[in-house]
Ligand binder design. Structure first.
Ligand SMILES: Nc1ncnc2c1ncn2[C@@H]1O[C@H](COP(=O)(O)OP(=O)(O)OP(=O)(O)O)[C@@H](O)[C@H]1O
Ligand SMILES: [Mg+2]
Length: 463
């Protein structure tokens, strides 16, 4: 972003001070400046708009800068904040830093120090962004052709490692087995294998779960006219349909013993016989398979042929569940939320960063498919700006939070206090007021956040 485009918010109750701050910033080349002359005005603006940096005077008559800082930390936890405070009150400034402010400037404000502090923070942020996008770009640049994987949204190294493996094996003719829980994107990955193979023929997917052996043979190998009662026309099997391309056998862990044997024969010999035919036919097909079953276990239990397993698992890749690649959750949520907005005709709908963050604490047993469904439903139900509180209430109301949301407090969270050690009651009060703040005063959402009932919340607020 160019320097003059960086949106900066200045908050101070004194108009002439605001004027001098903006003047100093404009002279230094920053042109996108918004001013708020007082706490309430700042809150009104921040309700609907995010900034790259906020400069905040702590002492204002109606709403204190501390409250604005709390609001910003809850709603825009990543936005850097610079506090401006009186020279004799550096302790307050230090407390603000503990809360998450990035730096402070003591009054009277020296304009050179003011600009240098702002510049330093913006440079640090820019560097952080560059490092992030550099890491992603480097991962992608290690791929021969990243466009083969463009439909798979990710920034996780574990996924890029899979892409590299696919590039290494895609050119060959050995089968590729894709494992992963339901909804992890096995079909997308199979398509990527096909693209990376550069095979000219079609990608033909077929779900072979719960099909009996006759249907399996008919689907893959086809039949001659009159092969069985009702076979009044010949049928070309999918092996021929996929000739020169890729046949994707989905849910292969569930096929019958006879079907397992037939598949093994085809993989070993590259030939097959249509039902009712004595002639061996050849098919130039790459086989990609997927399963969400534990095939190793099935082999041990004698429910899946060992020889077939070794044959199909020559190249095996396992897609990690979404809960093991939490970095992808906000990215995928944003992707689906925007897609939903476009499809629903409400592309202007947006969400707080913290709203996507809340989702990271959910375990997603249905993986990306479930995240997609949540994003679409939230986009349909939410107002223009989806808040963290909305997401918490949604997870709760759809029975997802209980037991499924792991600790919302990240491991290693520091707890600091000054003076007397707080009592449990003190902490309860602090937590209640924080939850109310995050949920914009909505008691149901605050109760969901705290994991208590609406009634229990109401009693505490009154009590
Ligand atoms: N990384 C991703 N980026 C974008 N969309 C994804 C990603 N992973 C999965 N999806 C989408 O999530 C949904 C589920 O993916 P897919 O059907 O490939 O899962 P699966 O592993 O085959 O699940 P199942 O075992 O239930 O068949 C699809 O709509 C797919 O497009
Ligand atoms: Mg699937």
């Amino acid at each position: 972003m160019l320097k003059y485009d960086i949106p900066i918010l200045l908050v101070d109750d004194e108009e002439d001070i605001l004027f001098s701050y903006s003047f100093a910033l404009k002279s230094a080349g920053y042109k996108n400046i918004t001013t708020a002359s007082g706490g309430q005005k700042a809150l009104d603006i921040l309700e609907h708009r995010a900034f790259a940096l906020i400069v905040l005077d702590l002492y204002m008559p109606e709403i204190d800068g501390n409250d604005i800082l709390d609001f910003v930390m809850a709603k825009y936890p990543e936005t850097p904040v610079i506090i401006i405070t009186a020279a004799d009150d550096s302790q307050t400034a230090v407390n603000c830093l503990k809360k998450g402010a990035d730096d402070y400037i003591l009054k009277p404000v020296d304009s050179l120090r003011f600009i240098t502090t702002i510049k330093n923070i913006l440079e640090k942020e820019e560097l952080k962004r560059q490092v992030e996008s550099f890491t992603e770009a480097t991962e992608a640049s290690h791929l021969k052709c990243s466009s083969d994987f463009s439909s798979i949204v990710t920034k996780e190294s574990s996924m890029f490692a899979i892409f590299k493996y696919i590039e290494a094996v895609a050119g060959g003719m050995q089968p590729v087995l894709i494992c992963g829980e339901t909804g992890t994107g096995k079909e997308l990955m199979a398509e990527a294998v096909h693209k990376a193979s550069r095979r000219k023929g079609a990608f033909v997917p077929v779900n072979v779960a719960d099909v009996d052996d006759t249907v399996f043979s008919d689907t893959l190998f086809g039949h001659r006219k009159g092969a069985f009662t009702g076979a009044d026309k010949a049928r070309r099997g999918l092996l021929l349909e996929a000739s020169g391309g890729t046949l994707f056998l989905d849910e292969v862990g569930d096929i019958s013993e006879n079907s397992q044997l037939k598949l093994l024969r085809f993989l070993q010999e590259g030939t097959f016989r249509a039902m009712g035919s004595d002639t061996e036919e050849k098919a130039d097909v790459r086989i990609v398979l997927a399963t969400n079953a534990d095939l190793d276990k099935k082999v041990t239990e004698g429910r899946f042929r060992k020889d077939l397993y070794y044959r199909i698992a020559i190249h095996k890749l396992c897609i990690p569940p979404l809960r093991d690649r939490k970095g992808d959750i906000p990215l995928l949520f944003s992707h689906f939320y925007k897609m939903a907005g476009v499809e629903l005709g409400t592309p202007e709908k947006n969400f707080e960063k913290a709203a996507a963050g809340i989702l990271s604490s959910y375990t997603f047993p249905g993986n990306i498919r479930e995240l997609r469904a949540i994003a679409y439903d939230l986009a349909a139900r939410s107002p223009n700006m989806l808040t963290a509180g909305d997401v918490i209430a949604y997870l709760e109301s759809t029975g997802r939070s209980r037991g499924a949301v792991s600790s919302a407090v990240p491991a290693g969270t520091q707890f600091t206090y000054s003076g007397r050690f707080p009592s449990l009651k003190d902490m309860e009060n602090i937590l209640i007021s924080e939850a109310l703040k995050i949920s914009g005063g909505n008691q149901s959402k605050a109760a969901a956040l705290l994991g208590i009932s609406r009634q229990a919340m109401n009693k505490r607020v009154k009590g």
